[in-house]
Design a protein around this ligand. Structure first.
Ligand SMILES: [Zn+2]
Ligand SMILES: [Zn+2]
Length: 352
């Protein structure tokens, strides 16, 4: 099988040919049909997150090992299973939930494998789908995609579940109060679409790029605001009738997080999802005086993946611009994403 591997941080992925793995134990072997290119791949590829103030979080110190086949948004055909993998339909088309933990700690037993201290995330801590085949450790991570095509379904594995996990943190007022989304890249547009599917009220979208603001407007944003405008915070406060109940920051830079805090109504919540990097300083009295919450959200849990696919079954595929490219274009696809040239999602097709 072919796989494209990170052999050295930041260097082009290398095409490696090796024997197709044979599944053992509970493993399932999947022939990859579609693999989405996610912005976090840029961080994994480069090997660090920016922490602000010139500091970096090195991913090689966090258990990521090279060489690594990236690709965590995968849909494929089940082609083989180990002797202990029960209830596997050979030939079925399945989405692979990539946010896999140890499976035995308290966190994993509660279903929050995405928060496990010893993660085995596909395409991050173990080989992912920028390849012809993918090994999934257990059939419980495989999900039926119903009527969706593999290309439509693949982005649900990260972009979809990440947007859904963040939207769920908004809580019951999602149907009553307008939501502010900062960042109209693939994730922001996914969140816009899922927010509507969840019966959400209006969305105010903030982005510095006019092309992305335009895409957000077309995708149903009620108001779009230039994040670089000197009065951006005031514009958001006006658009949300005096302040936002919830802001989801899909960028996660110093500027965007500070803008998010500045826009909050009393009792409001800023949910930080993006990993662009930066830092922030907060005066502690504002937490009580403004009854404010700042919460992080990292991908989503297995139960949330089940809920998301159920939602999509009823409301249809999220309306996110998709572009397919052959797997051989993986380096070009990553470079385009890194350069901010991608609107929506690029999905790689190993079969060409
Ligand atoms: Zn991702
Ligand atoms: Zn665990």
């Amino acid at each position: 099988m072919r796989s494209f591997q990170v052999c050295e941080c930041g260097a082009p992925l290398k095409l490696v040919e090796r024997p197709t793995p044979q599944p053992v134990g509970t493993q399932v072997l999947v022939k990859v049909l579609a693999s989405g290119v996610c912005h976090s791949d840029i961080h994994i590829w480069n090997g660090y997150y920016e922490l602000g103030g010139g500091k970096r979080l090195q991913l090689l110190d966090r258990g990521i090992k090279l060489p690594l086949t990236m690709g965590h948004e995968n849909v494929g055909e089940v082609v083989a299973a180990g002797p202990d993998a029960n209830d596997v339909d050979i030939g079925a088309i399945r989405l692979a939930h990539p946010w896999i933990g140890c499976g035995s700690c308290a966190m994993c037993r509660r279903g929050d494998e995405n928060l496990c201290k010893t993660p085995r995330n596909l395409g991050v801590f173990s080989d992912g789908g920028y390849a012809d085949y993918l090994v999934v450790p257990h059939p419980r991570y495989l999900f039926d995609i119903g009527e969706l095509s593999p290309t439509q379904a693949a982005p649900l594995a990260c972009s979809g579940i990440t947007a859904y996990g963040a939207l769920k943190k908004v809580g019951a007022l999602i149907k009553e109060e307008p939501l502010v989304i900062i960042g109209a890249g693939g994730l922001g547009l996914m969140a816009l679409s899922l927010h509507r599917a969840m019966g959400g009220k209006a969305v105010v979208v903030v982005d510095v790029d006019p092309v992305k603001r335009d895409a957000a407007k077309k995708a149903g944003a009620q108001t779009v605001i230039d994040g670089r405008a000197p009065d951006a915070a005031k514009q958001v406060i006006d658009a949300t009738d005096g302040g936002a109940w919830a802001v989801i920051d899909f960028v996660g830079a110093s500027d965007t997080a500070n803008l998010g805090v500045a826009c909050l109504a009393k009792g409001g919540k800023l949910i930080i999802v993006g990993l662009f990097g930066g830092d922030m300083t907060m005066s502690t009295p504002f937490f009580p005086l403004r009854a404010m919450t700042i919460q992080g959200s990292y991908v989503g849990s297995l139960p949330e993946m089940r809920e998301l696919l159920e939602l999509v079954r009823h409301t249809g595929a999220p309306q996110v611009p998709l572009r397919t490219r052959p797997l051989d274009d993986v380096n070009a696809a990553l470079n385009d994403l890194n350069a901010g040239k991608v609107v929506g999602r690029v999905v790689l097709l190993p079969a060409g």
